[in-house]
Design a protein around this ligand. Structure first.
Ligand code: NAP
Ligand code: MG
Length: 472
C-alpha cells in the first residue's frame, strides 16, 4: 500500500514537526502495510490555522461553485473505487465484495447527495418580517473511527463543505490510509488549499488537541461512548457546537405475525456484516416465546454459512476484526455471556479453525439471553448475535427500549401498519420496517446515549449551519 510520509495541510503534503509514526497493520495477516506520521499538538494547530485562513474565502464562495467542487470530489472518489475497496480491505479487514459495495459505493453516493444539496438548499428564508440567513458554523474538527473509515469521513466532510465550513480531520489510527486516499481525491477536485486538512495521529494526542482547540467552532465525533462523553464535556465548557455519533445496541423486533425465516436471516446478516463492527447493528434479536426455539435454530443455521476467511478472497463473507485489542474484547464478551448463563448455539470464544494468525473471531449466536445480561446491554462490536424471548408486545417494547442506547433497530410484522405502530413506540433514531432499504438521505443519529445530532441528507447539512435573522 502507498502511504504518504506527510499530512495534507493547506493544500500540500507536509511533514510533522515531530518524529512519531503509526504503523498500519493488516488484520488478516498481522503484517505492517504502511507507516504514517503521528501528529503533535503543534501540527494540529498548524492545520487549524490553515482552516481558519481559508474560511472567509470558502464561506463566501457561491453555493453553486461549492456544489461543483463536491461533484468533482464525488467523481474523484468514484474513479478510485477499486483502490478504496482494496485499501479498506487491507487496513480494516472487510471482505473485498463488501468493501466495494459498501465501503466505497456508500460514501460515493453520500458525496453525490451533498453536491446536490449544496446546489439546491435555500441558504436564505423569509419568516414574517425577517430574512433568515443560513451561515456556515466555521472551522470544523472532525474525529472519525475505523469501522466505516471512508463513509464516516464523507458523512462529515461533504456536508461541511456544502455548508461553507472548513475542516481539520483526525481519522482513526487503524485506518489512516483510506483517509490519505480521501485527501488525494479532495486535492484532485481542486478544493482550495486550507479548506480541507488531514492530520493523522493518536486520539489522546492529536484528537484531543483538535477537540480542545479554541479556534475550532464545531467538533463532530464518531466513536466510543467513553471518548464521546469527554469530548462533549470539553466542548460544553468552551461553549462550542458538538455532534456525537456513539454506540448502539439496537433491537431487531420480530413480531408474532412476521415472516420468521426472512427476519432471522436478515437479522443475522445485519450483525455479521463488517464482522459486527457497525454501530447501528441489530445485535439483540427479540422473538416471541412460541417461536423462540425455531428462531434459535434458524439463526444457528444462518451463522454456519459465515466461515471466517481471507478478506481478499471474493467469496469470503466474514473477515477478521480490526485489531488484537478488539479481538480480545469481543472474545471476553463471549466468555462473559457464557459465565452469566447464556447458551452458545454457534461460535464461541476460541480462534476459528485454521485462523490462528490474524484477528479472527468465530461468528457467535447466543440463546437464553435475558435483558439484564452484560451481552444484552453493552456494545460488543463483533460478530455476536443475542436472542431474547418476549411474552407479549409490551414486554417486547420494554426489552427493546431497555438499554442506554437508541441508534437504530428493525421491526418485522405480517402487516406494515402493525410494524410502523410498534416502531413509533421505540426510543431510537432509525427503524427499518420489514427489511426497508438503507436511505442515504434519511437522518442518522441517536436517541439517549447513542449521541447528539444527526448525519446525512438535509438534517446532516443543518448541523454545519447557524442562523442569522435580519429584521426588515
Ligand atoms: P475511540 O477510541 O472512541 O475512537 C474514535 C476516534 O476518536 C478515533 O479517531 C480515536 O483515535 C479518537 N480518540 C480516541 N481518544 C480520544 C481522545 N481522548 N480525544 C479525542 N479523540 C480521541 O474508539 P475505538 O477505541 O476505536 O473503539 C472502541 C469501542 O468504541 C468499540 O469497541 C466500539 O464499541 C466503539 N466504537 C463505536 C463506533 C461507532 O460508530 N459508534 C465506532 C468505533 C468504535 P485513535 O484511533 O487513535 O484511538
Ligand atoms: Mg481508541
Amino acid at each position: 500500500m502507498k502511504a504518504h510520509e506527510g499530512m495534507y495541510i493547506d493544500g500540500d503534503w507536509r511533514p510533522s514537526v515531530g518524529t512519531e509514526t503509526i504503523e498500519v497493520v493488516n488484520p488478516a495477516d498481522e503484517q505492517v502495510i504502511g507507516v504514517v506520521p503521528a501528529a503533535t499538538a503543534e501540527d494540529v494547530d498548524t492545520a487549524v490555522r490553515a482552516a481558519r485562513a481559508a474560511f472567509p474565502g470558502w464561506s463566501a464562495t457561491p453555493p453553486a461553485e461549492r456544489a461543483a467542487r463536491i461533484t468533482a470530489l464525488r467523481d474523484a472518489l468514484a474513479a478510485r473505487r477499486e483502490e478504496i475497496a482494496e485499501t479498506v480491505t487491507a487496513e480494516l479487514g472487510a471482505p473485498l465484495g463488501f468493501a466495494r459495495a459498501v465501503h466505497a459505493d456508500l460514501p460515493i453516493a453520500v458525496a453525490g447527495t451533498y453536491a446536490e444539496l449544496a446546489a439546491t438548499h435555500a441558504f436564505e428564508e423569509k419568516i414574517g418580517n425577517s430574512t433568515v440567513l443560513h451561515e456556515p458554523v466555521g472551522v470544523v474538527g472532525a474525529i472519525t473511527p475505523w469501522n466505516y473509515p471512508l463513509h464516516q469521513i464523507v458523512a462529515k466532510v461533504a456536508p461541511a463543505l456544502a455548508a461553507g465550513c472548513t475542516i481539520v480531520l483526525k481519522p482513526a489510527e487503524d485506518t489512516p490510509l483510506t483517509a490519505q486516499l480521501f485527501a488525494e481525491a479532495v486535492h484532485e477536485a481542486a478544493v482550495p488549499a486550507g479548506v480541507f486538512n488531514l492530520v493523522t495521529g493518536l486520539g489522546p494526542v492529536a484528537g484531543q488537541a483538535l477537540a480542545e482547540h479554541e479556534d475550532v467552532d464545531l467538533v463532530s465525533f464518531t466513536g466510543s461512548t467513553a471518548v464521546g462523553k469527554q469530548i462533549g464535556a470539553t466542548a460544553g465548557a468552551a461553549v462550542k457546537r458538538v455532534a456525537l455519533e456513539l454506540g448502539g445496541k439496537s433491537a431487531n423486533v420480530i413480531l408474532p405475525s412476521a415472516d420468521l425465516t426472512r427476519a432471522v436471516k436478515t437479522g443475522v446478516a445485519n450483525v455479521f456484516a463488517n464482522s459486527g463492527q457497525t454501530c447501528s447493528a441489530w445485535t439483540r434479536m427479540l422473538v416471541d416465546a412460541a417461536r423462540y426455539d425455531e428462531a434459535v435454530e434458524l439463526a444457528a443455521a444462518a451463522a454456519a454459512k459465515y466461515v471466517p476467511g481471507d478478506p481478499q478472497d471474493d467469496t469470503t463473507r466474514l473477515g477478521p476484526v480490526v485489531n488484537a485489542k478488539q479481538r480480545d474484547r469481543v472474545r471476553g464478551y463471549i466468555e462473559r455471556g457464557t459465565a452469566e448463563g447464556a447458551r452458545v448455539v454457534a461460535g464461541g470464544p476460541e480462534a476459528p479453525e485454521g485462523r490462528e494468525t490474524g484477528y479472527y473471531v468465530r461468528p457467535t449466536v447466543f440463546a437464553d439471553v435475558t435483558p439484564g445480561m452484560t451481552i444484552a446491554q453493552e456494545e460488543i462490536f463483533g460478530p455476536v448475535v443475542t436472542i431474547l424471548k418476549y411474552e407479549d408486545e409490551d414486554d417486547a417494547l420494554r426489552i427493546a427500549n431497555g438499554t442506554v442506547y437508541g441508534l437504530a433497530g428493525a421491526v418485522w410484522a405480517g402487516d406494515q401498519d402493525e410494524a410502523v405502530a410498534f416502531a413509533r413506540r421505540l426510543d431510537t433514531g432509525q427503524v427499518d420496517i420489514n427489511g426497508g432499504a438503507f436511505n442515504p438521505l434519511a437522518p442518522f443519529g441517536g436517541y439517549k446515549q447513542s449521541g447528539v445530532g444527526r448525519e446525512l441528507g438535509p438534517h446532516g447539512l443543518a448541523e454545519y449551519l447557524q442562523t442569522k435573522s435580519l429584521q426588515l
